[in-house]
Write a protein that binds this ligand. Structure first.
Ligand code: 9L3
Ligand code: MG
Length: 136
């Protein structure tokens, strides 16, 4: 089994919590849609290490990786995706591979889910993400 690990990167802004979304530039089917950034772990690679590596490559940020979100997503028979909470330790996110980046609150996130602006595979996380964004 291979794993894709995605980061639910949070920041605090003026007493509210925001989530980092990244706009995919490929493949064609999902180009323009927004996702939790991340990518495939190498065989045998620790999943937290894989997420730190992917976010450094894709966004030029160093993150602290926290707990996992509840849901896992089966992408293919041999490929499962999971998400971990993360916070930036160093750097400012830059869209190295993505078309764009944005920080969203719970209302933005839910609106984007309703209007089909999120990558379909990531929609399962919206209730948990929105709940934490409202709670914090
Ligand atoms: N994927 C879906 N949602 C995400 C991420 C990071 C990835 N939040 C899917 C898209 C690709 C596969 O996982 O089919 C590998 O991701 P990447 O290496 O192209 O980012
Ligand atoms: Mg990626």
């Amino acid at each position: 089994m291979r794993y894709v690990v995605a980061g639910a990167v949070l920041r605090e802004r003026g007493g509210t919590t925001e989530l980092l979304l990244a706009q995919r530039s490929y493949p064609e089917a999902v180009a323009g849609l927004w996702e939790l950034p991340g990518g495939k772990a190498e065989d045998g690679e620790d999943l937290a290490d894989a997420l730190r590596r992917e976010l450094l490559e894709e966004l030029e940020i160093t993150v602290e990786v926290g707990a996992g979100l509840a849901e896992r997503v089966v992408l293919r028979d041999d490929l499962t995706m999971l998400a971990r909470w993360a916070r930036i330790l160093r750097g400012t996110p830059h869209a190295v591979e993505h078309r764009g980046l944005r920080w969203v609150g719970p209302d933005d996130l839910e609106r984007m889910a309703r209007t089909g602006e999120l990558v379909p595979a990531d929609e399962v996380w919206v209730p948990e993400l929105a709940a934490v964004l409202r709670d914090d």
